[in-house]
Design a protein. Structure first.
Length: 127
């Protein structure tokens, strides 16, 4: 076995990376937490492609926990309303309707354009 630098990817380092990923950390944040360079992580992933899948699964843990927390607390009407407002927007969202007004600069229009606009607006009123 050739002599070289000892690997930074020890079981302890991998454990720290997994802990960080399970908190939803980015690759950079996880590397900072584990005290390694991003290139060390990417080299490890190149040599152990199965770790990429594990990492992605771990990163979803906070989302799953949040979903479970929401579902566990739907008995509270406030939580239930919040959930429905987001999941069934058409039926439960608190939409507000507003009028949209168009501002037209008459100074930039020539007589022909003004006549066309007046005609168009009068047709809209007649309909």
């Amino acid at each position: 076995m050739p002599a070289g630098r000892p690997t930074k990817m020890t079981p302890e380092t991998i454990g720290k990376l997994e802990e960080a990923f399970s908190m939803g950390c980015t690759d950079l944040e996880a590397c900072l937490f584990a005290d390694i360079e991003k290139t060390t992580l990417y080299k490890y992933q190149q040599d152990h492609p199965e770790f990429i899948n594990r990492k992605e699964k771990l990163k979803e843990n906070p989302v799953l926990k949040a979903r479970q927390t929401i579902l566990d607390n739907l008995e509270d009407p406030t939580n239930a309303r919040w959930y429905l407002e987001r999941k069934k927007k058409d039926e439960f969202s608190q939409r507000t309707e507003s009028d949209v007004k168009t501002v037209i600069s008459f100074n930039d229009m020539n007589d022909k354009e003004l006549d066309g606009l007046i005609e168009s607006l009068s047709q809209d009123v007649d309909e």
